[in-house]
Design a protein around this ligand. Structure first.
Ligand SMILES: [Cu+2]
Length: 148
């Protein structure tokens, strides 16, 4: 009987990890569908579940991805990718996560990851100041979130 419980626990862990998915967000100099849109995360809005992983992929040079202070849920997952490097984030806390590319924040290179169905920190994201181009990208994403 002693070994039955650990095996059951192991089994449920394996089942959980088998369901977790990995998504990719590309860091690009030009949007593939609109060359006028420069310095972008594609996609810039992504909905995932807790346990899922998002890989921010360094496709074009001179980009990074990092979470923005005040734009993540309380106790949420923080990340700060290095320039020209992929960064992988496994989300453990539900909510909205605003993030940016540090050198292109002024050019509108931002995005949002929604983890689970909890959008209760949307007002906190909206209250956070951002450069005008980034604010416009965020506002378009907030409209998508509110339309869900
Ligand atoms: Cu960038």
């Amino acid at each position: 009987m002693k070994t039955l419980l650990p095996l059951a626990v192991l089994g449920s862990l394996l089942a959980t990890s088998a369901l977790a998915e990995t998504y990719e967000v590309q860091m690009l100099n030009k949007h593939p569908d609109n060359a006028k849109q420069r310095m972008v995360f594609v996609p810039d809005f992504l909905k995932v579940e807790t346990g899922d992983t998002v890989v921010f992929k360094s496709v074009d040079p001179s980009h990074n991805s990092q979470s923005i202070k005040g734009m993540i849920p309380e106790g949420g997952d923080v990340w700060k990718g290095k320039m020209n490097k992929d960064v992988s984030v496994t989300f453990t806390v539900e909510g909205l996560y605003g993030y940016k590319c540090l050198p292109h924040f002024g050019m509108g290179m931002v995005g949002v990851v929604q983890v689970g169905d909890d959008t209760s920190n949307l007002e906190a994201l909206k209250a956070k100041k951002a450069p005008p181009k980034s604010k416009a990208v965020f506002d378009a994403i907030y409209e998508q979130i509110e339309a869900e």
